[in-house]
Design a protein around this ligand. Sequence first.
Ligand SMILES: Nc1nc2c(ncn2[C@@H]2O[C@H](COP(=O)(O)OP(=O)(O)OP(=O)(O)O)[C@@H](O)[C@H]2O)c(=O)[nH]1
Length: 736
Amino acid sequence: MPKYKTSEQVLSLMKDRTRVRNIGIIAHVDHGKTTTSDQLLAASGIISPKVAGEALALDYLSVEQQRGITVKAANVSLYHEVEGKGYVINLIDTPGHVDFSGRVTRSLRVLDGSIVVVDSVEGVMTQTETVLRQSLEERVRPILFVNKVDRLVKELKLGPQEMMQKLMDIIKEVNNLINIYAEPELKEKWAINPTLGNVVFGSAKDRWGFSIPMAQKKGINMKHVIDAYSTTDKTKINELASQVPINEALLDAVIKFVPNPVDAQKYRIPKIWKGDLDNELAKSMLNADPNGPVVMMITDMKVDPHAGLVATGRVFSGTIRPGSEVWLVNAKAPQKVLQVSIYMGQFRELADEIPAGNIAAVLGLERARSGETLIDIRYKDLQGSFEKLHYVSEPVVTIAVEPKNPKDLTKMIDALRKLSIEDPNLVVKINEETGEYLLSGMGFLHVEVSLQLLKDNYGVDVVTTPPIVVYRESVRNKSQVFEGKSPNKHNKFYISVEPLNDKTIELISNGTIKEDMDSKEMAKILRDQADWDYDEAKKIIAIDENVNVLIDATSGVQHLREIMDTMLQGYRLAMREGPLAHEPIRGVKVILHDATIHEDPAHRGPAQIYPAVRNAIFAAMLMSKPTLLEPLQKLDIRVPMEFVGNVTAVLSRKRGKVLNMTQSGSVARILAEIPVSESYELASDLRGSTGGRAFWGTEFSKWAPVPDSILTDVILKIRERKGLPKELPKVEDFLS
Ligand SMILES: Nc1nc2c(ncn2[C@@H]2O[C@H](COP(=O)(O)OP(=O)(O)OP(=O)(O)O)[C@@H](O)[C@H]2O)c(=O)[nH]1
């Protein structure tokens, strides 16, 4: 029977850090995360067990309900007893669709364990791999839940032996991924092993589940499962649900295998804290000390129509209370906490204090954004912050929006601002030339869902342009050195460009190389891992957000030091809008060889320096086989063998490429890549051509050059759309 607990009881338990677990449920889309969370919630006594499974309590946004997918990460604290001892489990629901993977990244930061849900029929899919990799990279320990075991009986009609075989295959695949992605010292320790009990088999929908030790203890085996599904009568299924309730199986495993915050922070802090590990802040975090200085990481921001901004995150050290004065490391601002609370589904329950190791909602931090580090104000001089959150996807689809009713403009701008605070992966910009509001997201679905939120939550109806895919500009050759002159002709920069190699791009994208790191350390990594010349690598003076680098190869140029900041700003501005189509530049190494700078500051202001730097970079780019890069999407498709031909036909019509194809039984698995620009109607085309028999997942794959055969056409179309002259840019445009 579920134990019903009040929020006070939960709060008091949170103070005993050995009784706390922070977990999330992660999975490929549709494998059953929400149904699973829901069963756990029902069992904790927060919603009635009768409606669990239908109410989908964590999917509380109406847009999610309409689409049946999880968009927001909702938090809830659960209560569970093992051997007479009570525990608090802070559960974060994470979205499965890849367009929302930014939220998965943020949720994982506050967790110590993850329940990886895998559909027993579909098995391990691309996003299972992605989320498991993210989990392991954050040192968040996985346990496995093989869900929808009923389908093995009802749909595949497997016998006990075949069922076990199928389940063991999934376990093998998961262990294989753990072996690839876990750090060496964790590979073995974190490998899953069904006989120990860190794998649960079950059906979330039918509310039963067991690990092997639990099944042995209760005398249940696969034959009982097959029996339960061999009649239309639900009695036996219900019996199973009361003998081996899913919540008991999963929460027992969580309490046994997910470390408590004190144990977890010992190995997680060295991984996620960027700063001295010997100072008081770090020491207190390593011990999850509730009496130490407050250190908290904010991973989620929500706009509450009544309460204002609600910041949610994990307290890693100290105890946060109303009145706590904290320093916001990124915003560089002091703020005062007004209220603290814990989550009970969509509601917040006020608390007097929340100690280290727990997840808290905090009011009063108007200047905080996702990713912010809060430090007790008395310790603000002890520098340090949490490692930046690395997102696996980038905003690649953009639409322009305007309010249906022009009177709603202010309302729309305010709503867009709030949406982008809540979802840092949603980028809102104004097109300076046209005055349009541009909304960029990680895919078509992400943008569509945001528009619906705009309507549902803020009452703003908008008209939009069709979605536009975002491109990047890059080069394929090394250029000669070009001279860029300032309008007054007194300042000159001599610059060449060349492509960065793939390894360098990877090191910058995954945060291994950062502008603010020690230049010798950076040079060493680039030399050892990316074939750089050490001396050249040491001269890198800027790395911009779109993955380009600037090298200062000059020597003894007079006055260069004085204009360095202006020049860097000019470089960054140039990288934001390239010469071909004003799309951001990516993967380019810019080398400054020489310069002449006017001695009088009056003649070398930004209005002179910016265009000079830009002209030299752009002229060099146009002479080094420039190209556009387009985002590609990875597809993982499962389809009955007889439809393989139809699927590949759809793919090839959309400039797609099959990367790999394997067969298991009568089902084919096709891994493919297609340009995002071709993916707009992919869903209906795939469904249409397979009679609805294909299922698939998508994921951002990479940036790749637009084929030469359509390059000019694509450039001209973008230029036209942006109101630029409808002709290809020429080198002369940038030479004076
Ligand atoms: N047969 C069967 N279906 C299930 C089971 N659990 C969940 N489902 C169904 O699978 C579908 C997806 O379940 P969700 O819980 O919404 O999946 P999710 O992973 O949360 O999906 P997103 O919210 O889109 O990320 C729903 O139609 C569920 O009813 C199960 O144990 N057996």
